[in-house]
Design a binder for this molecule. Structure first.
Ligand code: PMP
Ligand code: GLN
Length: 379
């Protein structure tokens, strides 16, 4: 066996974005904004370069940036992380997930993953010889049954990966979910990867519940964040991870020999930019308005939906339009209607086909309007 990941082929994100380009389609598939990142932030990057910040950053990240992040977390969740030892700047959330899984998962260790799930979790677990154990959540509310989770925990369970707000369903873990999770892992050695990259996108007055707010859970958790998602620059590939020292000490061993450190001028820029909370506290409203514009635009279409509670994704069910499977329908939408989306079966166990597509609404209002006009024409 030469391949370590024999089941994998091209990711759905690459496939759909390539198809969107080929057919000159509106691309609501891969999750990235089509509007500009802040001018001020771009200016700060340029200034950092001009001021000579162009050599290797410290391995864990620029210290000022780590201090600013520790302060931001304290303001949001009233909990302290030591910026010297408990925060690391990473090449996006993707690197953080890779490091945390690689640092802890040994051959045959079990890792609980909720499905549908972001596509990077499972391959990294398998690359490390771990065994993914799936828990399927189902349309329309994708609620977690914690008794089912409890039934999957055994002496081989090394890790649990949670994602709130959840890509692609928009599910938000509630206070009760977090307490149930905390209750399950207390008195165990289970490590929790809490993927919180959509922390600044929650709607209708609902709040993001971070794992770091719950003291026992925090002791077991890596909290993973992405500046690309928060600050509209997914191509810059920067994020960070916060975790108690005993976990971070192992995480950085992988980080050090994976990338060593993250690009310096961007870190300098974020260190200044994130100090002003006005640069992120508008985001819930900003994306809620976009979600509402999208939903208002499709209210007379044949698609059905439950408004998403978080993330910049909306799921639409299309079983009143066609019985095609979601991959075929998504491909036909690009070719015939010039709209690219993500079929969510690719995030599910056994490719469960719920006739649901994922739409990214991190787009200009003009793009959203154009897209919804087209969606209303599909019968
Ligand atoms: N986790 C989730 C749930 C995501 O949707 C994404 C997609 N960007 C990532 C992690 C990866 O984030 P990054 O681009 O910062 O690597
Ligand atoms: N997180 C993004 C999404 O869910 C895509 C990231 C990627 O392309 N790997 O669409």
């Amino acid at each position: 066996q030469i391949s370590k990941l024999p089941k994998l082929s091209e990711s759905i994100f690459s496939t759909m974005s390539a198809l969107a380009n080929q057919y000159d389609a509106i691309n609501l598939s891969q999750g990235f904004p089509n509007f500009k990142t802040s001018e001020k932030l771009q200016q700060l990057v340029t200034e950092a370069m001009q001021n000579g910040h162009n050599q290797y950053a410290p391995m864990r990240g620029d210290l000022e940036l780590r201090e600013v992040i520790a302060h931001k977390i304290y303001k949001s969740h009233q909990t302290q992380y030591n910026p010297l030892t408990e925060i690391t700047i990473t090449a996006g959330a993707t690197e953080a997930l890779f490091n945390a899984i690689t640092a802890f998962v040994h051959q045959n260790d079990e890792v609980i993953i909720f499905k549908p799930a972001f596509d990077s979790y499972e391959p990294v677990v398998e690359l490390n010889g771990g065994v993914p154990v799936f828990i399927q959540l189902n349309y329309p509310d994708y609620k977690i049954n914690w008794d089912e989770v409890a039934s999957k925990i055994n002496s081989k369970t090394k890790m649990m990966i949670v994602n709130t707000p959840l890509n692609p369903t928009g599910t938000l873990f509630t206070n009760n979910d977090m307490l149930a999770l905390q209750n399950l892992i207390k008195n165990t050695n289970i490590i929790v990867l809490s993927d919180e990259v959509y922390e600044h996108m929650t709607y209708d007055g609902l709040l993001h519940e971070s794992a770091c707010k719950y003291p026992t859970l925090k002791e077991h958790s890596f909290v993973i964040a992405s500046f690309g998602k928060t600050f509209h620059n997914t191509g810059w590939k920067i994020g960070y991870t916060a975790a108690p020292k005993h976990l971070m000490d192992e995480f950085i061993k992988v980080h050090e020999f994976n990338v060593f450190s993250i690009n310096t001028p961007y870190q300098k820029a974020f260190a200044t930019y994130i100090q002003d909370e006005n640069n992120y506290n508008y985001l819930n409203q900003f994306y809620q308005d976009k979600r509402n514009l999208f939903l208002d635009g499709i209210k007379n279409s044949k698609f059905t939906f439950t408004p998403t509670k978080g993330t910049y994704f909306q799921l639409l069910k299309y079983d009143t339009i066609t019985q095609e499977n979601d991959v075929d329908f998504a491909k036909r939408l690009v070719k015939e209607f010039r709209i690219a989306t993500i079929p969510i079966s690719v995030f599910n166990t056994n490719q469960l086909d719920e006739k649901v597509l994922r739409f990214c609404f991190a787009k200009t209002d003009e793009t959203i309007k154009k897209a919804t006009e087209i969606l209303c024409q599909i019968h």
